[in-house]
Design a protein around this ligand. Structure first.
Ligand code: SAM
Length: 319
């Protein structure tokens, strides 16, 4: 598919794309759904992404940082509950030096589980240290490939550095995940087509597509939410273009639309990321309001209903 083909599909009201993506998902990654247990271990962030409730300028959010022992204890319970992957995510919190993180990484890895990190922009040496300590995957969304829009949305960040991070992550050998937001103010369908081509170009191993959800304590408070169907289309097209990768049915999809997770799983997604963080901290990790949750038992019932099941392997990309 070239850019014109992608654009035609993004602009078309035809819904056959979703069925097609579901078929390609079944053929390439099967009916198993990988559950990744998410630990949101710090909502402290030095960045100022305009759309995000955790941005440093937001003084209305109570900040927290879990201690090493708390993180390890949540990871241990997750593994005992049967999770094959733990995901550690946080704001850009400099308290967590490479040394501290590497200690946590090796302790989690001793539990015989795959480990994904999502900690934002770090140096090559830090990424290398995380990999050497045993981490398997790293998620860092490009958010948008429209450089002008990127600059507007990320006043403290640099587009070239974001791309450098992705290159370095690949270089040190991580399974690398990226993705974009859909519905940012000023975003065009042309740029969404470029985002999809970018995913292909870097041969990403995982792609997370999140509709933008407006947060009341940000400068984008009065902007409308992203369009669910458009986000679903970007996700389904990504499945067609990268048939064997891992694609989560994102929490933002479920938050924006009732049954959004189910629709995503039937339109190309093969991963769900239930939150392992306790209720109080989960509430404080408010990147957008009314964040949906994914109860493991409910997810299992839902999967059974649609002829799918929880996969019991580590869920690495099978090239
Ligand atoms: N700090 C890390 C990073 O920059 O990759 C990870 C944490 S960051 C909060 C995780 C993701 O939340 C971002 O990549 C962004 O796409 C998403 N996000 C933040 N605010 C959002 C919003 N208002 N609506 C939808 N997604 C949002």
């Amino acid at each position: 598919m070239n850019k014109k083909d992608i654009l035609d599909i993004l602009k078309s009201p035809d819904k056959s794309l979703f069925k097609e993506a579901d078929k390609v998902r079944e053929e390439h990654v099967g009916n198993g759904v990988h559950l990744r247990g998410l630990i949101e271990f710090s909502n402290i962030c030095k960045m100022n992404c305009l759309y995000c409730g955790l941005q440093s300028s937001n003084k209305n959010v109570e900040r927290y940082r879990l201690a090493k022992d708390e993180i390890l204890s949540i990871a241990k319970s997750g593994v005992e509950a049967g999770y094959k992957t733990i995901v550690m995510q946080s704001g850009e919190d400099s308290y967590f030096s490479a040394k501290v993180l590497c200690e946590i990484i090796s302790e989690i890895k001793s539990l015989d589980v795959a480990l994904t990190l999502s900690l934002g922009e770090r140096t090559y040496d830090e990424y290398k240290a995380f990999k050497d300590a045993g981490a398997d995957r790293y998620l860092i969304r490009i958010e948008t490939t429209d450089e002008k829009l990127y600059k507007k949305m990320h006043p403290f960040a640099d587009f070239e550095n974001r791309k450098r991070c992705l290159r370095d992550l690949k270089k040190v050998g991580f399974e690398t995940g990226t993705g974009c937001l859909v519905g940012l103010p000023g975003q065009t369908v042309e740029s969404l087509a470029d985002d999809i081509l970018f995913f292909k170009d870097i041969d990403a191993d995982m792609i997370g597509i999140g509709p933008f959800i407006s947060h009341p304590d940000t400068p984008l408070a009065s902007e409308p939410n992203g369009d669910f169907n458009l986000a679903l289309k970007v996700m389904a097209l990504t499945r067609l273009i990268l048939p064997d990768i891992n694609i989560p049915a994102t929490t933002a999809m479920e938050t924006l639309k009732e049954n959004g997770r189910l629709l995503a799983l039937q339109s190309g997604a093969n991963v769900v990321m239930p939150n392992l963080t306790d209720f109080e901290h989960k509430k404080l990790y408010s990147i957008y309001p009314n964040k949906a949750s994914a109860d493991r038992n409910e997810v299992e019932v839902m999967l059974k209903r649609i002829g799918r099941y929880v996969a019991n392997d580590f869920g690495f990309r099978k090239h």
